[in-house]
Design a protein around this ligand. Structure first.
Ligand code: ATP
Ligand code: TZE
Length: 268
């Protein structure tokens, strides 16, 4: 665990000493929160999604976030172009599987992407990870079903072995899996009552991967969000909770992360 904390501390410090360009191809529901979250951790968001410009944008960026939420043909075309450029230039890619558990279009598209491109981090909620593993739909909407943590660890391990990506499954307990596996128990169930919080976690991972393509970077991305929300007053309503969460994210210090992280390593 000391090793994890030491590496996270270095990544945190590198993050705030850099101002990397984070190219986010995302849905309209999350785009504004995501751009603000990227800015609040000192990085520079670029949300360009026109297929006629994305190659140039990705080429100049330090990290690429691909989010499948509310997918359109237009964005699918852009995604393919950006993924190719990112791989050619060793730019880290975060792929957020929004809705693959409920949409054959998104699931088939994801399976094709994974055959063709190297993805640094595959991220989804428990049901999205399950559906990618089983190549089968498992929900009606974008929200996750309740699944056993041990089963999802197994899905993550399998996907990591198959695609050589770091795999992040979000839920009550977050699972971050590569050759090592961490279970993260920070967070607040109010997060699941506000839309696009998972999408924002994806963009924070894209930020931390821009300074280090590592499992520790993914742990940091998830944990920054989850500790920020734990510090919000329990009595407030959901709108104030959201404001408080983003206030805290914009001010989060390494000492707060170090003191409050609830992570445990498990054997793979
Ligand atoms: N019951 C819970 N308790 C604590 N934290 C939670 C809980 N459920 C989700 N979270 C946290 O909320 C964030 C989003 O995770 P979630 O699995 O809800 O993503 P998602 O379904 O992709 O979200 P969205 O579709 O709203 O973008 C993560 O940081 C996760 O750790
Ligand atoms: C994309 C999307 N569709 C319904 S809610 C939402 C936000 C992230 O899940």
């Amino acid at each position: 665990m000391d090793n994890l904390i030491q590496k996270m501390s270095e990544i945190y410090s590198d993050l705030y000493n850099s101002n990397n360009l984070i190219h986010c191809l995302t849905n309209a529901i999350s785009i504004n929160d995501m751009a603000n979250a990227v800015l609040s951790v000192n990085q520079s968001p670029f949300m360009a999604d026109n297929p006629r410009e994305v190659e140039d944008v990705t080429k100049n960026s330090d990290s690429l976030l691909v989010n499948l939420g509310n997918i359109t043909d237009y964005r699918m075309e852009s995604i393919k172009k950006s993924l190719r450029i990112a791989n050619e230039n060793n730019i880290p890619i975060t792929l957020d599987l929004v809705g693959v558990s409920a949409s054959k279009l998104r699931l088939d598209f994801t399976l094709k992407i994974l055959q063709k491109y190297t993805i640094t981090c595959i991220k989804g909620n428990y049901s999205e990870i399950k559906s990618l593993f089983s190549k089968d739909l498992s929900t009606k909407g974008v929200d996750s079903r309740k699944l056993e943590v041990d089963d999802v660890i197994n899905y993550c391990n399998n996907l990591h072995e198959k695609y050589h990506s770091i795999v992040v499954a979000t839920g009550h307990t977050d699972i971050v899996c590569s050759d090592e596996i961490y279970l993260l128990n920070n967070g607040d169930e109010r997060l699941s009552k506000i839309t696009a919080t998972g999408c924002v976690v994806g963009s924070l991972i894209a930020c931390t991967l821009s300074v280090s393509q590592s499992i520790e970077a993914c742990v940091l991305g998830v944990t920054m969000m989850n500790i920020s929300c734990e510090m919000v007053d329990k009595s407030v309503g959901l709108s104030s909770f959201k404001i408080g969460l983003y206030d805290n994210l914009s001010k989060i210090k390494w000492e707060q992360i170090k003191e409050n992280i609830n992570a445990r390593k498990v054997e793979s």
